[in-house]
Design a protein around this ligand. Structure first.
Ligand SMILES: [Zn+2]
Length: 728
């Protein structure tokens, strides 16, 4: 009872930090400087392109004034208004046809007029890639596949750049606060581009020989990938410079596709293409990225542009954009508050009805979620406290993953899944921009099956470890050359303290924890010893030189028919004989390297995941970093994000309770299901242990029960989001 009384007092303190009532008042700071929540609003009916340009029902009610009023009422701090897609302009354009139902109306003009008294920044949503009336009218700008056939996209080396410059210029004349430019991709799969005459000539001039005849995965294809990356980068930089030359204050952000599940086909490398605008914008959503990767997307974007703010877009629909459904409030809150806890600002996308109708229930729910976010503003944006850096290699993505990048992503995503389920705060490290300072932000650097490692990367790891860093290596890291060909010896052998005798062909590999000693005892916490368990994923047979071997790696049995190649090996088979150590522990300089001969990360993201495989990773992290800043015990369905505000000596532990009810079988692709949206707030217990003395512990919600004893805090929470604030 007493705790509850204290909490009521705390509530008023905690949830009433300054939230502001309109757009940022400062004139020096750009609109996105302290933006927290905003909306993107666009029409539904031409998103697939080639719509009926005589259908005057389309967008009759798509009204800029109404859109602004709805966004303002929903506590939106900025509005991204749809002004151009592959078919139409949604304003009076001299260059593009106007959406048929608009008549003489100009929604962009309406929105600008209505937004002015509210000081609401208007950002134009403008696509680059979309098949439709404009591409049809300009076949000379169309991308060509390797066979010379048009493939339904614009070529970035064509005259399309000049067309885009003219289009953004006429939009800028409205006095926009900025642009959100979408679909800067080169396609989301085969056929790849571009083999048009312009691109062929440009490639030949640059490399002195013709383009490869397709995805040949040789040196010529390596040059082709560089050419494609450079093409996208040139286009982005040229468009950015053009906009700034007309209106230096107008902001530019490009929708980013450098993160998993996207790969080379898009023409974006994680860092090379993230920083070409004023801030990066990426998407998230269960529809394409899973419920778990909401936070990972935000962290990935942050790692790609550590010098910039990050915007993440989510949608109001249950399934996807344009689907005309509305998620329950708790489902919207969970995603929104997860993104905010990870330090990004958030755009919620609403797609109107066919005629431009705005769904009132949608705006009620978004309004409630935005109001809460703004009340909690003071709890977002502090410095993250992260124990493990998850290393991501775009070279491995391209050349180990090749046209099946999911194989590479699985270990990275499994490592992420393990850290979230085990409440180990993580961050992302990208090979393109990693420096010693980047690595040293993390007590532990994890290499999840990073197949390709250059000499430069290995030298960086050496300094990190020698100066006291802890390296956690899994799977077949370092065992491939720069074009993805297997190496006889790992690039990391010296660190690992063992020679690689060979890679197992199987993925249904097994581990037994046997032996004694303090390291093995820590690694066996909550795992039965002398018991073989499946750790599905790539594995290596190591022969220790200077490392201490721990546990055993066992190969799987193979039936006679499997040996004869008459039966597949997709389904795991039971454990056969030991073939090498399961783990290797090695001291290097002042640091430590712990190597898994298996892939507990890959296993964690696989369909044959067992909890023990994930615990191996947790135990490894605890062995390498026994006293983290905070240690959190909570159920696996609760995500935790830890931040520190050193100036006010305040740690914040965001708790995000995911609570999806069971789902039934889908009409196709059984058993693969999308989770149900969250309806009810979950109830759960959390224990937080600080390695510093604490002065005070508080929670934001009236319903949270909180108890502190010394450096240990116990909380019982009944909400999708809570922040436990620890003053030290
Ligand atoms: Zn081309």
């Amino acid at each position: 009872m007493k705790i509850l009384t204290c909490l009521t007092t705390a509530l008023t303190v905690l949830w009433s930090l300054p939230s502001g009532s309109a757009a940022p008042a400062s004139t020096d700071q750009p609109w996105f400087g302290r933006a927290l929540v905003g909306m993107e609003i666009g029409p539904t009916g031409a998103q697939f392109g080639n719509s009926d340009s005589n259908d005057v029902r389309y967008c009759t009610r798509f009204d800029g004034r109404e859109i602004v009023r709805h966004a303002v009422a929903a506590h939106s701090e900025y509005l991204v208004l749809w002004v151009r897609d592959g078919d139409y302009a949604y304003y009076d354009s001299k260059l593009l046809p106007k959406a048929p139902g608009l008549g003489t109306r100009d929604p962009l003009r309406e929105a600008m007029d209505e937004a002015r008294p509210h000081h609401l920044p208007i950002i134009a949503y403008c696509v680059v890639q979309q098949g439709g009336h404009f591409l049809k009218a300009h076949p000379e700008w169309e991308m060509r596949g390797a066979d010379g056939q048009p493939i339904g996209r614009f070529c970035y080396n064509s005259g399309y750049l000049d067309a885009m410059k003219a289009i953004v210029a006429e939009q800028l004349a409205y006095g926009l606060a900025g642009f959100h430019i979408d679909m800067l991709d080169q396609g989301f799969g085969p056929p790849y581009g571009c083999w048009c005459d312009t691109c062929r000539a440009q490639f030949e001039q640059e490399f002195g020989h013709p383009m490869p005849k397709g995805a040949t995965w040789d040196d010529a294809w390596d040059q082709m990938l560089e050419f494609r990356y450079a093409t996208s980068e040139r286009f982005e930089k040229a468009l950015y410079a053009h906009i700034k030359s007309i209106s230096p204050r107008a902001t530019v952000d490009y929708n980013y596709h450098g993160n998993p599940p996207f790969s080379f086909e898009l023409g974006q490398r994680p860092v090379q293409h993230a920083g070409n605008s004023d801030f990066v914008t990426g998407e998230t959503g269960v529809w394409g990225f899973s419920a778990l990767t909401v936070g990972l997307n935000a962290e990935f974007y942050r790692a790609a542009v550590p010098h910039q703010r990050v915007q993440v877009a989510m949608q109001r629909g249950v399934r996807m954009y344009h689907d005309q459904t509305t998620r329950p409030l708790n489902d919207i809150r969970w995603e929104l508050l997860t993104l905010l806890a990870h330090g990004s600002f958030v755009t919620v996308v609403d797609k109107t009805g066919f005629d431009g109708w705005l769904d009132p229930l949608t705006y009620e729910r978004i309004g409630a979620a935005f109001e809460e976010a703004r009340e909690k503003r003071g709890h977002f944006g502090q410095t993250p406290v992260q124990d493990v850096g998850l290393y991501y290699s775009s070279r491995s993505r391209d050349w180990v993953g090749r046209e099946k990048p999911a194989n590479y992503f699985q270990s990275f995503q499994g490592a992420h899944k393990a850290t979230v389920y085990e409440h180990i705060p993580y961050g992302v490290v990208l090979e393109e921009n990693a420096t010693l300072a980047t690595l040293q932000r993390f007590p532990i650097l994890m290499l999840p099956n990073v197949g390709i490692l250059s000499e430069k990367e290995v030298a960086l790891f050496r300094r990190y470890v020698e100066e006291g860093g802890k390296l956690l290596v899994t799977g077949q890291s370092g065992l491939f050359d720069r074009t993805g060909q297997p190496l006889a010896e790992s690039a990391l052998s010296e660190f690992i303290g063992a020679n690689a005798k060979g890679r197992l062909e199987s993925v249904d590999n097994w581990v037994t924890l046997s032996g004694s000693g303090p390291a093995l005892s820590r690694l066996s916490a909550d795992i039965r010893t002398n018991w073989p368990f499946l750790v599905k994923g790539p594995a290596v047979v190591y022969e220790p030189t200077t490392a201490t071997p721990l546990g055993k790696l066992l190969k799987p049995h193979r039936t006679t028919r499997q040996q004869e190649g008459k039966e597949g090996t997709d389904w795991p088979m039971s454990a056969d004989a030991p073939v090498g150590p399961a783990m290797l522990l090695h001291t290097v300089g002042r640091g430590t390297v712990l190597t898994f001969a298996t892939s507990p990360d890959f296993a964690t993201a696989s369909e044959h995941h067992i909890v023990e495989a994930r615990r191996l990773l947790r135990n490894a992290v605890r062995l390498l970093n026994p006293t983290p800043r905070v240690e959190i015990t909570a159920p696996a369905h609760v995500e935790t994000v830890v931040t520190d505000d050193a100036a006010s000596r305040t740690l914040r532990i965001h708790l995000l309770g995911y609570n999806s009810p069971p789902q039934t079988t889908p009409p196709k692709d059984r058993p693969f299901v999308l989770p149900m949206p969250i309806e009810d707030a979950p109830m759960y217990r959390v224990v937080i242990e600080s390695n510093h003395p604490l002065k005070r512990a508080e929670a934001g919600n009236k319903s949270t029960m909180l108890k502190r004893r010394g450096q240990r805090v116990k909380a019982t929470v009944n909400d999708v989001h809570e922040v436990v604030v620890l003053r030290y």
